[in-house]
Design a protein around this ligand. Structure first.
Ligand SMILES: NC(=O)c1ccc[n+]([C@@H]2O[C@H](COP(=O)([O-])OP(=O)(O)OC[C@H]3O[C@@H](n4cnc5c(N)ncnc54)[C@H](O)[C@@H]3O)[C@@H](O)[C@H]2O)c1
Length: 308
């Protein structure tokens, strides 16, 4: 039986490196095969997951010898941290691997929302049309960006948005007013004012009982008419039904969602036909480089614990 079980995709070079020293089972479709997963972890000391594997009582009970959990990413909402702590099982996130990657996604999403029509006119251009009026976009420069949460990713976004000459504010009651993070031209704001003032709102908090539906109907109603929304944090923070209503009514001007309350988003979901909505399959932090960095960080961390 395997010493390390890897249940979701991981950089292949990192997997090969671990396999030199440990018995490794790498089956990236295991979240879809729960009975197999519960059997295969019986002897493992190391478990490596992304966000689809639920590391909770059932899995932890099945893995009696488990000594470490590696998370190929940073959100830990799929892991019962208290249960791991109770068994002294460290949980290692890939901190530092994909913050710049998510930040690049957010900047791309903002520009896509502002200039979207500009990039959607290929058929007309090829057909000999010249739809310049319909392709008029909007500048990022001078627009107000509101960040909900001001942790690692939000700070990376803030730096890039400032370079575009956007005006940046953030809401994060857990970052004290004296924190030097505010010294780089980011205004500290209350949530209500942030929502009311921002042309674009981007979400960067973890999913917790406190942040579930933080951006529900009431909060969305406080946003500027025509404002734009990006959520590359976690599904469940934005109320998808309320967002769909706000986009359908034209109250909001557009949104990009990378994360959903239920992933994968079921076919024929409530988001079908919602205007000015761009969806991606939880890939904001997923590039070749970020995948490599995550693999290295987690392989090193898991190896260190198992060799110790
Ligand atoms: N889409 C993706 O591929 C992807 C990739 C990486 C991370 N993420 C998600 O991005 C989010 C942010 O990641 P990070 O690395 O910046 O985390 P982080 O821990 O560095 O920052 C999170 C910030 O949220 C703040 N916060 C917590 N609760 C809050 C609340 N109720 N109101 C306001 N602020 C609150 C914290 O104080 C902290 O500063 C996480 O949800 C993570 O899961 C998504």
């Amino acid at each position: 039986m395997a010493d390390i079980v890897i249940t979701e995709f991981m950089d292949e070079e990192a997997v090969r490196g671990l396999a030199k020293d440990f018995e490794v089972l790498y089956e990236p479709d295991l979240p879809d095969r729960l009975p197999d997963l519960l059997q295969l972890v019986a002897d493992c000391r190391g478990l490596i997951v992304r966000n689809r594997t639920q590391v909770r009582a059932a899995l932890l009970d099945a893995a009696a010898r488990l000594r470490v959990v590696g998370r190929l990413g940073v959100g830990l909402d799929n892991i019962d941290l208290d249960a791991c702590a109770a068994r002294s099982i460290p949980v290692i996130p890939a901190t530092g691997a994909n913050e710049p990657t998510v930040a690049e996604y957010v900047i791309a999403a903002i520009i896509l929302l502002l200039r979207g029509s500009t990039f959607h006119c290929t058929p007309e251009v090829l057909a000999g049309g010249w739809p310049r009026m319909a392709c008029r976009g909007r500048d990022a420069m001078g627009r107000r960006l509101g960040l909900v949460g001001f942790g690692r990713i939000a700070r990376e976004v803030a730096g890039r948005a400032s370079a575009l000459n956007m005006r940046v504010a953030a809401y994060d009651p857990y970052v004290s007013a004296g924190d030097e993070a505010w010294s780089r031209g980011v205004e500290r704001a209350e949530l209500g004012r942030l929502l009311a003032d921002s042309d674009v709102v981007s979400v960067h908090v973890p999913l917790t009982p406190e942040t579930r539906h933080l951006l529900g109907a009431d909060a969305l109603a406080r946003m500027k008419p025509g404002a734009l929304l990006v959520n590359a944090a976690r599904g469940g923070i934005v109320d998808e039904h309320a967002l769909a209503d706000a986009l359908r009514s034209g109250r909001l001007g557009g949104a990009v969602l990378d994360v959903f309350e239920s992933e994968p988003l079921p076919a024929g979901s409530h988001l079908v036909g919602v205007p000015n909505l761009v969806l991606t399959p939880h890939v904001a932090g997923y590039t070749e480089e970020a995948n490599r960095r995550q693999g290295e960080i987690i392989a090193t961390g898991v190896r260190r614990i198992l060799a110790g």
